[in-house]
Design a protein around this ligand. Structure first.
Ligand code: HEC
Length: 154
C-alpha cells in the first residue's frame, strides 16, 4: 500500500512538472484557438496591432455601422476603397499571406462590393460578406470568429 502511494505520488509530481508554466519565448504559437495577432506577437512582448489587424478592426467597425444602415433602411453609400488594403497591408506573420489568404481576400472584397451594387438585396449580400470574413478566419485565425458572427443580420 505504502509503495502504491509512493508511485501515485511520484506520478502526481511528474504530472505537476509537466504543467509548469511554459517559458515566455516559446514559439511558434498555435493560432486556432486564441486571437492570432496577440499570441503571435507574445513571444516578442509587443502588443501593437499590425497594419492588417488595424485594418480588420476598421472593417469590423465599418460593417457594424453598415449593418445598422441596412436594418434601418438607410442609404448605404459606396464601397469603402480603403478595404482594398487587405491585399497589401502588413501582417503580424507574413507567412499568413499565402494562396489561401489571397483567394479569400478577393472573395471578401467581391462580397463587400456586391452589397453597395445591389442594395435591394443588401441583407443577403451583407450576410454573405460576413460569411466571407469567417471562411478566411476558419483557415487563418479562429480567435475573432465569435465576434464576427455577431455581425450577421438575423
Ligand atoms: C483573407 C482573409 C481574411 C478576411 C477576408 C478577413 N480576415 Fe480578419 N484577419 C485575418 C488575419 C490573417 C488576421 C490577423 C492579422 C495579423 O495577424 O496581422 C485577422 C484579424 C482580424 C481581427 C483581429 C484584429 C486584432 O485586433 O487583433 C478581427 C477582429 C478581424 N480579423 C475581423 C474581420 C472581419 C470583421 C472581417 C470581414 C469584414 C475579416 N476579418 C475578414 C484574415 C482575414
Amino acid at each position: 500500500m505504502g509503495r502504491f502511494l509512493l508511485v501515485a505520488l511520484c506520478g502526481l509530481v511528474l504530472m505537476g512538472c509537466r504543467q509548469e508554466p511554459k517559458p515566455e519565448v516559446e514559439a511558434p504559437v498555435k493560432k486556432d484557438t486564441a486571437d492570432c495577432t496577440k499570441t503571435a506577437t507574445k513571444a516578442f512582448k509587443m502588443y501593437e496591432l499590425s497594419e492588417m489587424a488595424s485594418l480588420m478592426e476598421r472593417m469590423y467597425a465599418e460593417n457594424s455601422q453598415l449593418k445598422q444602415r441596412i436594418v434601418n433602411g438607410d442609404t448605404l453609400g459606396k464601397f469603402p476603397e480603403y478595404m482594398l488594403k487587405i491585399h497589401s497591408a502588413k501582417l503580424t506573420d507574413e507567412s499568413d499571406n499565402d494562396a489561401f489568404f489571397k483567394e479569400n481576400a478577393a472573395n471578401f472584397i467581391k462580397a463587400q462590393r456586391t452589397i453597395y451594387e445591389d442594395p435591394k438585396t443588401a441583407k443577403q449580400h451583407f450576410n454573405d460578406m460576413v460569411t466571407a470574413c469567417i471562411t478566411c478566419h476558419e483557415g487563418k485565425c479562429g480567435g475573432p470568429i465569435q465576434r464576427i458572427k455577431k455581425l450577421y443580420i438575423k
